[in-house]
Design a protein around this ligand. Sequence first.
Ligand SMILES: O=c1[nH]c(=O)c2nc[nH]c2[nH]1
Length: 475
Amino acid sequence: MATPSKKDQLFLGSFIHSTKLDELTYLHNAAVFVDAQGKIVHVERDCDEQRAREALVPRLGWGAGEDELVVVRGGGTGEFFFPGFVDTHLHASQYPNVGIFGKSTLLDWLNTYTFPLEASLSDQAKARKVYSRVIRKTLSHGTTCAAYYATVDVPSTNLLADLCLSYGQRALVGRVCMDQLAPSYYRDESPAASLAATRESIAYIESIDPSRSLIRPVLTPRFAPSCSAPLMRGLGDLAAEMPHLPIQTHISENKNEIALVAELFPKASTGAADDSYAGVYDAFGLLTDRTILAHGVHLSESEATLIASRKAKVSHCPCSNSAITSGAARVRWLLEKGVVCGLGTDMSGGYSPSVLEAARLAALVSRHVAMGGDEKAKLSVEEVLYLATRGGAEVVGLEDRVGGFEVGMDWDAQLVGLGVVDPLGEGVVDDQEDGNVDVFGWETWPDLVAKWVYNGDDRNTKKVWVKGRLVHERK
Ligand SMILES: O=c1[nH]c(=O)c2nc[nH]c2[nH]1
């Protein structure tokens, strides 16, 4: 369980964060002051511990005694603080299936692997085991904020919210709505039953964190094919009734799925301007500035324009899009259309719990798009890290709270430590536990960050904080 800080905290060392899509800002020999509520109250450049303690701590009105102030030093070679990652799309309930997808594609994957597992989590003991594990695993990879799908089951969805709160992970938690095209053992009985269960789960989640300091509910129509028109309409009405609620769903992941949507929701039935997938969500009031659309692999020009005009966001899921052969999303094209994008691990369509891996795969998939003829599609290290932090924060509607190291933001952060090769020149890494990244000492800081993105993993995630609480420490 998370260790509450309850004390003021002083972080010393190197701090790296995104300030623009293609720019990382490096603060070396700096100090970040975080109050007992977990908020960043001051950032000082060129500041050693003595100056921080003697000049700045008193100015903040803080005590400097051991029982009043926690000091975290992160200034070793290859060590830096980085904002926590935001995973904008993952299915907590599918975590036991990571890596298990064979040669399936979306629609057969859902029926073969996914629905049976999700249904089985109405067993509370099993749900507790799975949800505890996925929260702890993602925290250990530096994910400080996650937009989770749970299942249709209300008690186990509520349990996921309880567990996020107790482990200290910031989260959006959604009860899955689906009343058609799923096995009878795993779907809502009717639109009315789906809406009632959704309201019940929202009320519970709001009751455990009324100020939404960490946990909030999210409206979750699974995807258009599994929601009837009356359910879609009811969810659109609920979205209008509760304008603070985010909405998450899937869009244009797979070509057969898109054909199914056009068949199920012809424009004559919805009143939409066309038969497009985005048009269906729009017709039901579900395409809003609070909407997180996962995938968006095969969107048309007019859909991207519509999404941008509604200020809906896209969660790019390169691991899942590759694993279940959905396709290569054109992130540069979406960004140039003005669509805000973040990254999703999309477990278990995606096989990895790591947003760092998603960043790496976003870089690689963008190179495949470039090899298809669009040279400017390539995403840089800076850009994928932006998507993993600031972009993700905007996707989940928390851009004022997390994603960077600005005064007023919460301290959602990770301490990264890269493996340092023996300074005596024996070519020996100090500690095998330090992982795949070998720092020789002559790299520039941008080179170190690139080595982390392309070769790093959870062995480099030394400590993780959410809202100032230490929520993971690598022993
Ligand atoms: O990647 C995906 N995972 C899912 O669980 C899902 N459901 C609908 N569409 C989906 N896509």
